[in-house]
Design a protein around this ligand. Structure first.
Ligand SMILES: [Zn+2]
Length: 237
């Protein structure tokens, strides 16, 4: 392999690492966001159960108030019975008392129902709290490790960029310019290995004689994609 190719290959390896690091660095904040969203959704669910429970409690309180009013009403009606003069008035009052007492029974039934609702809501809420706490703990642990990874990757990227500058300084300026232009056009394999007798960049078949020369260390430029095709450890005819 010619010296300038070896240097370009070094540079390309370094750039490949840098590309990978940059892609990872980009994906981590997205992953962190997903964990934060997950925590939020658990929080929302918890709030929903909490408001159901609060409603059930409020309902019970109101029903208890209604019952007390009704009991007072019945007592009042009963106390007025003695003072009633006519039979009609007396019968009408008795009717009202019966009606109010029936209402009490109805309210009792509703209170019982509300108590069941509260029990159910309390249980659902207990589960929601457990789920939420578990999710929050899991997410925060994951988030912490992602942030740690993020700073590690940032450090590695910084080190790789220093390394790259040193490698690039050794590459011929004209070659470096061509290489960088090629990469900025999206061509990631400026130097590529010969794969099954073809250019590793664009898979164009290379004449067997040329392939033999490549194996012998000669530089070959792919006429189609412009890559430098070289013999690498995983190359084959
Ligand atoms: Zn090619």
């Amino acid at each position: 392999m010619e010296e300038f190719i070896a240097r370009l290959l070094d540079l390309q390896d370094c750039d490949r690492n840098i590309d990978r690091l940059r892609a990872d660095l980009k994906s981590i904040p997205l992953e962190i966001k997903i964990h934060m969203k997950d925590t939020e959704s658990h929080e929302e669910k918890f709030n929903l159960f909490k408001s159901t429970l609060d409603d059930a409690k409020k309902k019970q309180k109101k029903l208890s108030g209604d019952r007390l009013d009704n009991v007072t009403r019945v007592a009042d009606y009963k106390s007025r019975l003695i003072s009633l003069k006519s039979n009609t008035e007396y019968t009408a009052m008795l009717k009202q008392i019966t009606h109010a007492e029936k209402m009490n029974d109805q309210i009792d039934g509703m209170i019982l129902e509300a108590m069941y609702e509260e029990d159910e809501a309390t249980q659902a809420m207990g589960k929601a709290i457990k789920d939420r706490d578990r999710a929050v703990k899991r997410s925060s642990l994951r988030e912490e490790s992602l942030r740690k990874k993020l700073s590690e990757l940032e450090n590695r990227l910084e080190a790789d960029e220093v390394k790259r500058a040193a490698i690039a300084a050794k590459v011929d300026r004209k070659q470096l310019k061509l290489y960088e232009k090629s990469r900025s056009n999206g061509h990631r394999e400026v130097v590529t290995g010969i794969q099954h007798g073809s250019c590793g960049g664009c898979l164009t078949k290379i004449p067997p004689q040329k392939a033999g020369e490549i194996k012998g260390g000669k530089t070959y430029t792919c006429p189609l994609c412009g890559s430098y095709v070289v013999w690498t450890s995983d190359s084959s005819f």
